[in-house]
Design a protein around this ligand. Sequence first.
Ligand SMILES: Nc1ncnc2c1ncn2[C@@H]1O[C@H](COP(=O)(O)OP(=O)(O)OP(=O)(O)O)[C@@H](O)[C@H]1O
Ligand SMILES: [Mg+2]
Length: 471
Amino acid sequence: MGVSYYAVATSLIGLVGDYLFDDRMRQDRANTNKLAQELVPLYQDARFELLQKELVSSSADLGGRLMVLDQYGKVQADSLNQLNGSRLPVSEALNVLVFGEQNAYGVHTTSKEDQEAEKFNLLRLLQPFDGNAEWSAYCASAMVSNGSSIGVLLYASPIQDMMQRVFQLQDRMILYFMIAALVAMIIALVFSRVLTRPIVSLTRSIQRMGRGDFSTRVPVTGSGELRRLSETFNTMSEKLEMLDQSRNQFVSNASHELKTPLATMKILLESIIYQPDMDSGMRTEFLTDINKEIDRLNMVIGDLLTLVSMDSKTMRLNRTTFSLSQLVTDTASRLKLVLEKRNQELKLNLSDRCEMYADSAKLTQVIYNLMENASKYTQEGGCIRVRLIRSGRDAILTVSDNGPGIPKEDQAHIFDRFYRVDKARSRETGGTGLGLSIVHQMVLMHGGTVSVESEEGSGTTFTVELPIHQG
Ligand SMILES: Nc1ncnc2c1ncn2[C@@H]1O[C@H](COP(=O)(O)OP(=O)(O)OP(=O)(O)O)[C@@H](O)[C@H]1O
Ligand SMILES: [Mg+2]
């Protein structure tokens, strides 16, 4: 780019010089041609005195030196009256006399005698204007009579001023071009900085994220694609941060959940070990408690394994065709004893058989967890209603109770792992807070949705919507 800029700049500078010069040259040629023709009769008639006079007055008008040369290059008249009779081997005169040109023009300096000066080429950039050199332009015009050249009029004009102006102009233009190039470079630099800054900060954030710092965000500035990229990055890092936090939470909750039964068992076992004379009734009671804790541990670990395998997507749906209403009836009969014990009434309202192509074992667990919760969290003597209807291509199952309900602020979290509304009481009732997360995950696997509606004090309704056929 720099090279092409340089090329364009130098040719432009040359062009301007040439333009100014051409103008002068055209003028000189025209004047000399005209005068040459006017002088032809005087010269032809050998009226040299008049010719001389004419040259002097014209040279005063034109501001240069005028000479008339004969066919052999000898000076016949000179406005300065110095070179009369001598030969003048000037290339312009030769061009006219020898090569028969009508007009010839050339620029000469005293420092480069007789050598036509190079016009405004690249060399000028390296050679400063030589103020002492004298510049002159020679213009030769043929004096033609009856179609043949009888002599030549040579006009030497001082072009010192003009050359100086041309060179000054060129120098100034060189300066301007350099300044323009510099400014363009600075602007390009600044622009590239401005453009790359968000990318640099994004790269740094990505590197930080790679090292495990998910709290990193990038400033959202500018507009267009870069802005969207920054926003997307921030959303992504926010999600990753949440994921990271929930994973940590999950691990700590799981450890806690596993430690509690272990601690209880340790206390019970130590009591048995350090009290060898403990009566057998108490010992049996302690051992029964230990057995319960083992069951509980087993259950928690089972639930965790289920969740983890669903997370890692290793669990697949084992689809068969079955009736969902049948599944509800079967599950209800499994819970019959528990319900009777708590003196709770179960009302089933199954309006459609709902033939499904789905994983029956998983849906059994969904129904069981919801019904178990309804029974577990509803007071004795409460009522549990299960309704199944078909709506288009979906089966809609609702499990309602008239229990204490779930506070609004907890409703958003009950599907989270290990989340319990009443921490103390749930432990008593044996819950770990994994039941609803398993429900949620299994319904999602089937392409369905699960939601909760609850009014504190009057009851809770869970609604599961499942597509009847999928895939
Ligand atoms: N029908 C309900 N009525 C009132 N609260 C409920 C109901 N169902 C669930 N909850 C609340 O939601 C919490 C989470 O339920 P979830 O089934 O996930 O866990 P859990 O029942 O405590 O334990 P788990 O089901 O793992 O044995 C419960 O602890 C309870 O506080
Ligand atoms: Mg539960």
